[in-house]
Ligand binder design. Structure first.
Ligand SMILES: N[C@@H](CCC(=O)N[C@@H](CS)C(=O)NCC(=O)O)C(=O)O
Length: 206
């Protein structure tokens, strides 16, 4: 049995659309997390960093409980578990890993920092905002260029790279303005938006 703890943010949406695309049965518990509040002990017992989403799989055939946190690790766990979400072709598979990493280690932290600087910071951080928004545009330009040469981020095959990127485009990136100028991202965004599993996952964590 798979249970997901999530907050309704892009990271939570990544986990729910991954689970929907993986076609696995799961329960999902939405947590209302106060800004800056201390993580509850029950969360820290599963994820010492104290962040959501967290996936727990219990009642496994081999026994024991598996706990996975970090949305990127959740994606890889579900790919291993199902044989889905990663292309078989080695060139596309390596591209899927590259663009999934761009989403997880570059664009996501950049957008999280932009969120804090623009919506939470209480002192003048305009220089830092200019810098972080230029960084975000740098990643968007690269993703837009990638999608000028391929249907999906991995190539011809839809993969976990698309799933880890999509919620960022649906939510965080919209804060920057100018989204529609990235024509290839918009074309890809519409394609991914039409997938029923993506729609279910977004609704579940919306
Ligand atoms: N790198 C983590 C980031 C997770 C993350 O930032 N989660 C946020 C919600 S989007 C959270 O739990 N924030 C609560 C906190 O930091 O106390 C992942 O990809 O799962």
């Amino acid at each position: 049995m798979i249970d997901l703890l999530f907050v309704p943010t892009a990271n939570g949406q990544k986990a729910t659309i991954l689970l929907e695309e993986a076609g696995l049965e799961y329960t999902a518990t939405r947590v209302e997390h106060g800004v800056g509040g201390p993580p509850p002990a029950t969360l820290l017992a599963k994820n010492p960093i104290g962040r959501y989403p967290v996936l727990t799989e219990s009642d496994r055939p081999g026994g024991g409980e598996i706990i996975v946190f970090e949305s990127h690790a959740i994606a890889l766990y579900l790919a291993d578990r199902t044989g889905l979400l990663l292309p078989d072709d080695p060139i596309e598979r390596s591209a899927a890993h590259v663009w999934a990493a761009v989403a997880s280690t570059d664009l996501t932290p950049t957008m999280a920092t932009q969120f804090f600087l623009t919506l939470r910071a209480e002192t003048d951080v305009s220089e830092a905002i200019t810098w972080i928004e230029a960084e975000a545009q740098r990643y968007l330009r690269a993703i837009n260029q990638r999608l000028s040469e391929a249907t999906y981020l991995a190539g011809n095959t839809f993969s976990l790279a698309d799933l880890l990127t999509y919620p960022l485009m649906a939510t965080s990136v919209q804060r920057l303005g100018g989204f529609t100028s990235y024509k290839n991202i918009v074309r890809w965004f519409d394609l991914v938006s039409n997938r029923p599993a993506v729609q279910r996952g977004m609704a579940r964590a919306g």
